[in-house]
Design a protein around this ligand. Sequence first.
Ligand code: SF4
Length: 482
Amino acid sequence: MAAEDACVQTITYVPGYPVTEMAEALGAEISVNEKVALEIALGSSATGRRSMVLVKQLGMNLLADPLVISATHTIGSGIVVLAGDDLGPRGSQAQMDSRYFGLISDLPVMDPADPSALYHSILEAYVLSEKIKAPVIVRATSRLFEISGSSPERRALPPHGIKFDRSIWDLTALGRGQRYQDEAFPLAEDASEVTSLNSLRISGKIGIIASGCPARLAENLDASLLVVGYAYPLPWRLIKNFLHLHDRVIIAEEPGPFLERQLRAIEKVFGRLTGHLPMGPLDIQDLQRALNMDLGMNKASAPKHGKDYERSANKGHKSICDDCPFSSLYKALGKIGAIVTGDAGCSIRAVREPYSSVDLVYGLGSPPSVASGLAGDGRGKGIAVVGDYGFAHSGFQGLINAVWKRRDILMVLIQNGVAAQTGGQEVPDLTKVLEALVPVRFLNFPEGEKDMKNVEKALKDVMAIKGSSAIVARGKCPRSRY
Ligand code: SF4
């Protein structure tokens, strides 16, 4: 709704939990990676079209380069970067707090508390983006996507059509930074103070400052409540006044102490850093417990995990699907005796029993580069197992580097034609490009390659080829939509 009411014309995304569903509902265009997704939006904005980019938290790392540059470079029409933070995490390798990109890029970050606030945040983000001539980040957590709420009162933003103003090049890089700090950033600070997304309730001498979904948890607790609509820049005037009115203030946010770190020098502020709240996602009992604690103590001890960390043996884990055409390949990889690096696609499912054939997983597209660093441990080439989306995402550059720097690897490209782990989105076929770089052998799964011994022999044969080499493992994923 917000994208429609803001007349957004270009929407790009990279699939991943928790943004995939929303991106597909918006009819967003998939990109090979997050940097490309933002760069398309920047180009589109420069020509007068409002744009939106949807990525998951870890994807923010990929687009950080153009994001940071865009603040002082300036843009045309508004850009919203919607960052989906996976609390837990449940669908990612690591939990991350995208609000820190405000501090890194100096761009505003809005942190809506519920779906209605998300709608209004996106509209306000476009208005602010066009005022400061820079993208605005809207952070939405997995918890936010799960909340159902009443429909917001809709309003339409007039179409804008602002194009990039190249007079910015009259300024040096230093001058562009000075302009941003003197003219643009103060507009974001003002917006943070006056936004209708802030709310205030005064009740007693203990208060809660909340950002994002924890604001809803704190709604009915017996304490004052200041909800901030912007996580960066913070509404300092409102916060100072709130602190002045209260003896003790708890910071309710998730997953980490982003606001609290900015306020930690103030003795009356309590939260995770003082041990009054646990790390990670919050629940209402956590806040209730903190309110009941002795807030006069300097350091409390919120419940800790001790050594009782969540274990895959107890919780269960996703393995390679029972009907996976590539199961003989994952078994054979475990017999080769080399270190195998996989990515955040299907191959991460082979790290545990019954396969235990993939050893290292440093993220989507990482295998060719990680395998490049494995050579020299006496076990032959490092093996990089990469999905076809991971290869297009960033694995391709890793292979180019391996060939360029003669870091010999065996790359196994799982060519199932889809990004299987994020819902089966279509991916490009880069096998012709691969053949231009290294010798390639094609194996078809499962037909002809059901026998693990045959696959093991093929892996050894291709591994023995001098220089980098590749196997393209072709098969149709039963989960494919195509
Ligand atoms: S999603 Fe498809 S390719 Fe991935 S493990 Fe399952 S069956 Fe195999």
